[in-house]
Design a binder for this molecule. Structure first.
Ligand code: NAD
Length: 379
């Protein structure tokens, strides 16, 4: 069994899909491992550390040429996938929603692609949950980025020269990223409020010492899917929520938005007018910017200023902590790989009817096999 870790083709990607720690663990599964030269450089992992952990260092395409498993951060390009062996298992964040053409190319390349973001949220899969490991770090980093852009201190300080008031931080969306943002902002001494459309979030927000702000009507009480995700809310609810939020935002110093609905564009929560209503020097960090943005003024990859309010739209926020995000991501991938291996004879043995395998397998035998991503003509 040969496992390859290529360098990421996307130049802005700082993360890497294996660390020396997981290389050792993958070796123990009976695999030979090749890491492309420089693959860990942006995450602070030199080639020599991979070698010391038992990996060979490969150059360019030779890294993946005869690999049975390719561990990736992002979906490979069509030409990358074509250079892999037919039938190779390719495991990564495949960003499948709205990218049917790219999935068809993976199928055509003959690889078996697994999308880590489609893992079912069951207890057995928690250790593999890349959405949680990366969102948690994005939530943390969003507060650090906000603090960096904010021209004032976050904690209340009583000094001989006068009292500095505590910053008011409002977190919109209290899932994995939002809860970590709340905890981080609290640790920095901010006064934190938060909102979400899922009723279960209220208790979690309060348990972190933040105040929960939401329109708590009947629709709100029903607003969670069986999988624990948010539903798209009715126009009426959205209008009521927007009115409540508009009043609240005016008084905030920092707003961090994290609201997502799986497979859909991010809900628009902050209009341009609401953003401009904040006082100059305030900061909005939009973690949903890659999915269309929660804030109307957010621009992907930019920090824009509108009437003195900074709107931060960094891309790949987990990648802004490349060493930590790679270390957790690599462990997620290792845990997933482990279930694809028969440890008694140290070889790949994919159980196609396993709940985790079925939920994540996108392509196999030249076709897109996942029911949610069938080509339109076949529907
Ligand atoms: P997510 O990234 O899909 O969305 C982020 C948050 O935005 C969610 O809390 C969602 O409710 C919220 N949101 C959506 N629309 C909104 C709106 N209009 N206004 C305000 N907020 C809005 O979600 P996530 O962070 O991946 O987590 C969703 C849930 O799944 C959480 O309860 C989390 O604890 C749970 N979870 C379970 C497991 C498991 O293995 N059992 C693992 C991870 C997360």
């Amino acid at each position: 069994m040969k496992v390859a870790i290529p360098a990421e083709a996307e130049k802005t990607e700082t993360r890497v899909a294996a660390t020396p720690e997981t290389v050792k663990k993958i070796s123990a599964l009976g695999a030979e491992i090749v890491v492309e030269a420089g693959a860990g450089a942006a995450a602070g992992i030199p080639d020599a550390e991979y070698q010391a952990a038992g990996a060979k260092i490969g150059r360019g395409g030779e890294t993946t040429a005869d690999a049975d498993v390719v561990l990736k951060v992002r979906r490979p390009t069509a030409s990358e996938a074509e250079s892999y062996k037919k039938g190779a298992l390719v495991i990564g964040i495949m960003d499948p929603f709205g990218n049917e053409a790219a999935l068809a190319e993976l199928a055509k390349a003959g690889v078996v692609a697994f999308a880590m973001e489609l893992l079912p949220r069951i207890t057995r899969a928690q250790v593999m949950d890349v959405l949680s490991s990366q969102a948690n770090l994005a939530g943390y980093r969003a507060v650090i980025d906000a603090a960096y852009e904010y021209g004032r201190a976050l904690p209340m300080m009583m000094t001989a020269a006068g009292t500095v008031p505590g910053a008011k931080v409002f977190v919109m969306g209290a899932g994995v990223a939002g809860l970590q943002a709340i905890a981080t902002a609290r640790r920095l001494g901010a006064i934190v409020t938060a909102t979400d459309v899922r009723p279960a979030a209220k208790e979690q927000v309060e348990s972190l010492g933040a105040k929960f702000i939401a329109v708590e009507n009947e629709e709100f009480r029903q607003a969670e899917t069986a999988a624990g995700y948010a539903k798209e809310m009715s126009k009426d609810y959205q209008a009521k929520q927007a009115a409540l939020v508009a009043e609240h935002i005016k008084k905030q110093d920092i707003v961090i938005t994290t609201a997502l609905i799986p497979g859909r564009p991010a809900p628009r929560l902050i209009s341009a007018e609401m953003a401009r209503s904040m006082r100059p020097g305030s900061v909005i960090v939009d973690l949903a910017v890659e999915r269309g943005g929660n804030c109307e003024l957010a621009k992907p990859g930019e920090v824009v200023t509108a009437d003195g309010v900074k709107i931060v739209g960094h891309l790949n926020v987990p990648g802004r902590l490349p060493a930590t995000s790679s270390s957790l991501y690599a462990k997620n991938l290792y845990a997933f790989l482990e279930i694809l291996v028969d440890k008694s004879n140290k070889s790949l043995a994919v159980k196609w009817d396993d709940e985790i395998v079925k939920a994540t397998a996108l392509t196999r035998d030249g076709a897109v096999v996942h029911p949610s991503f069938q080509p339109r003509t076949a529907a």
